[in-house]
Design a protein around this ligand. Structure first.
Ligand SMILES: NC(=O)c1ccc[n+]([C@@H]2O[C@H](COP(=O)([O-])OP(=O)(O)OC[C@H]3O[C@@H](n4cnc5c(N)ncnc54)[C@H](OP(=O)(O)O)[C@@H]3O)[C@@H](O)[C@H]2O)c1
Length: 300
């Protein structure tokens, strides 16, 4: 039995399905049973519970050979880093109480930075808290920038004909399809060959800048002139709060992009076969972005 936290999310849903396909037993954790139904149909045991409910997580982890841990992103929290710390502590205590021996966590490139990188520094402390669990073998996966972040640009593309944000447009960074993270997590959870406390960056197929990403996505949706526009931090922060993020959540996202822009959030591993994943942005654009763009256009 392998327990997957965030089993309906980008990475967890893929990890759960890949484990089921390998014949593993899976306990899929989320808050809403209706969203877990698809995995139940594929043979998963479904478990409803909140990551902040340590007793529920202890039950979810009990009897598992390995668990997949993540901090669900909730940028409406008034104190986002405090929320990350509370989730980390709840999951760590649930591992201690359930006696699980192997865990794979979802962290991030840049998680070597204890401060100054917004939510990514929260993931640094998440790793540290899980590392405190005595006797646990843990692998922290540190992926780059998710391709899925581009889905949040669909509104701006439709309304203003452009993509925007506070990150530099010319900065090439590691970018990755979340399905490749889920597949890698499933392999590691099934194999359980990691010991002690390890980290592994996942860097996608190659580094890509937002300017180049706009060109690739624009071509895929039939808007070859699509551009990415960098905007001032203050302007981006007010857009984020108008989208429903808390002031603290918006501030921390800017802190993270500033850390990218100033070259502090950078891969620590040399690119090689172990940290390079296969799905290209062009492929993801065709398979995921184009249908999502057309779907939102049709629903508008
Ligand atoms: N975006 C990036 O570029 C990037 C890069 C590196 C790392 N990361 C990290 O990746 C993580 C997000 O991973 P993801 O994209 O796979 O997740 P996701 O798609 O946002 O899914 C979140 C999952 O958690 C569940 N969930 C939400 N709140 C919950 C709660 N309070 N208790 C229990 N379950 C809850 C959701 O299901 P229900 O809503 O049904 O409960 C869902 O299954 C974050 O920690 C983020 O910091 C992101």
């Amino acid at each position: 039995m392998i327990t997957i936290v965030g089993a309906t999310g980008n990475t967890g849903s893929v990890a759960a399905a890949a484990l089921l396909a390998r014949g593993e037993k899976v306990r899929a954790v989320g808050r809403r049973p209706e969203r877990l139904q698809k995995l139940a149909e594929q043979g998963a045991e479904i478990f409803t519970g909140d990551v902040l409910d340590t007793a529920a997580m202890t039950k979810a982890f009990t009897g598992a050979r390995a668990v997949y841990l993540m901090i669900p992103p909730d940028f409406t929290q008034a104190d986002f880093r405090g929320y990350q710390a509370r989730v980390a502590d709840s999951l760590a205590r649930a591992i201690e109480a359930s006696g699980v021996t192997h865990a794979v966590t979802l962290s991030s490139v840049g998680a070597h930075l204890s401060e100054g990188a917004g939510p990514i520094s929260g993931l640094h402390h998440f790793e540290q808290r899980i590392n405190q669990v005595r006797g646990l073998n843990v692998l922290h996966l540190r992926p780059g920038y998710f391709f899925e972040n581009f889905l949040m640009q669909i509104g701006a593309i439709r309304q203003f004909g452009m993509m925007g944000g506070s990150m530099r447009g010319d900065l090439a960074v590691a970018m990755i399809a979340t399905r490749d993270i889920g597949i890698r997590a499933a392999e590691e959870l099934a194999r359980r060959s990691f010991t002690g406390q390890q980290t592994r960056e996942l860097l996608g197929p190659r580094d890509v800048s937002l300017a180049e990403a706009a060109a690739i996505l624009g071509k895929a949706i039939g808007k070859p002139d699509l551009r990415y526009q960098q905007m001032p931090y203050e302007q981006f922060e007010s857009i984020l709060t108008r989208m429903g993020l808390s002031p603290d959540g918006a501030r921390l996202i800017n802190e993270m992009y500033r850390a990218f822009n100033e070259g502090r959030v950078v891969a620590q591993e040399k690119r090689g076969p172990e940290n390079t994943t296969s799905t290209t942005l062009e492929q993801w654009a065709t398979e995921v972005f184009v249908p999502a763009f057309r779907g939102q256009a049709a629903g508008a």
